[in-house]
Design a protein around this ligand. Structure first.
Ligand SMILES: C[S@@+](CC[C@H](N)C(=O)[O-])C[C@H]1O[C@@H](n2cnc3c(N)ncnc32)[C@H](O)[C@@H]1O
Length: 280
């Protein structure tokens, strides 16, 4: 089936312009988890996939491959066909209202409950027996875990990156980042498992206030996906996951809300070959 560029544009446009009312965060007064109820309340009577016409039968993920879709991933994923993605690596907002020294912030970081429903569709579009690596904010672990479990994920590992500097000091010197390894079904074991404690590489946050270095993502992609596999990141930020995927000969698909960051991703991807050459 021939799919035109216009089809793809229309898909991205539909997704980006779908509007559900009552998007405001309705965090419980005590900060307790319960995103599921709020997600359902927020979207009651507003099935975005139906409003977009659902996923037309002839659409395939191939239409979207090696593309960046600009818009709200909680809408856009609804347009993606089921069981087509080989690996998800994603770094959602942590729910900490982050602001760096230059005043840069992260969209939706004030309320993860607004975005965590995306994992239902992330699970759906993953092929059977594949993996998702999701960074998370430990402060919001209840909400993250509820979202992952409800989507159907099974935790099969936990990764920690240790920093050689303190990123924040309060009750502790905070010196690590973390991610869960989540399974859909029973993925095969990798030939060479990774250590679950990894060295952190500082990205200098050149492109994004919470940028992950490409170097820390490449081992995940090399270990958990095959050449030519499709790597998906619904919270692409400055595109580190996508650059890592491209540099390893994988196909990629990214969604990012911020149009300026989408332009950044395109610019970085144009240089992804440099990674391939430097690390051949
Ligand atoms: C923690 S950052 C990801 C940073 C990324 N790992 C990098 O290395 O640049 C999360 C990103 O999700 C984006 N975001 C927040 N809500 C979103 C949504 N509903 N749909 C798509 N992107 C969203 C933010 O704009 C932000 O760039």
């Amino acid at each position: 089936m021939c799919v035109s560029a216009e089809d793809v544009r229309r898909a991205a446009y539909c997704a980006a312009t779908l509007s559900c009312p009552a998007q405001a965060c309705s965090r419980a007064p005590n900060g307790a988890p319960g995103y599921r109820r709020r997600w359902a309340d927020t979207h009651a009577g507003h099935d975005c996939s139906q409003r977009a016409g659902g996923v037309p039968a002839h659409w395939s993920t191939a239409m979207f491959v090696n593309r960046i879709l600009q818009g709200d991933c909680t809408r856009i994923v609804q347009l993606l066909p089921s069981s087509t993605v080989d690996l998800v690596i994603t770094d959602p907002p942590y729910g900490v209202s982050y602001r760096d020294r230059d005043g840069r912030t992260v969209a939706n970081d004030d309320c993860v409950e607004r975005i965590l429903g995306v994992f239902d569709h992330v699970y759906r579009i993953m092929r059977p027996d594949t993996l998702c690596v999701s960074f998370y904010g430990w402060q919001a672990i209840d909400a993250f875990f509820e979202a992952w479990r409800t989507a159907g994920f099974r935790p099969v590992g936990h990764l920690v990156w240790t920093k050689n500097y303190t990123s924040r000091s309060r009750y502790l010197h905070y010196r690590h980042e973390q991610a869960y390894l989540l399974a859909k079904g029973r993925p095969p074991l990798p030939q060479r498992p990774l250590d679950d404690v990894q060295p952190w590489v500082y990205s200098h946050n050149h492109w994004h206030p919470t940028e992950k270095a490409v170097q820390i993502l490449r081992p995940l992609i090399a270990t958990f996906s095959a050449r030519d596999g499709i790597v998906f990141d619904p919270f692409a930020g400055s595109g580190s996951t996508l650059v890592a995927a491209a540099s390893l000969g994988r196909r990629y698909l990214g969604v990012e809300l911020d149009p300026q960051l989408c332009a950044t991703i395109q610019a970085r991807l144009a240089h992804s070959d440099e990674w391939r050459v430097a690390h051949a």
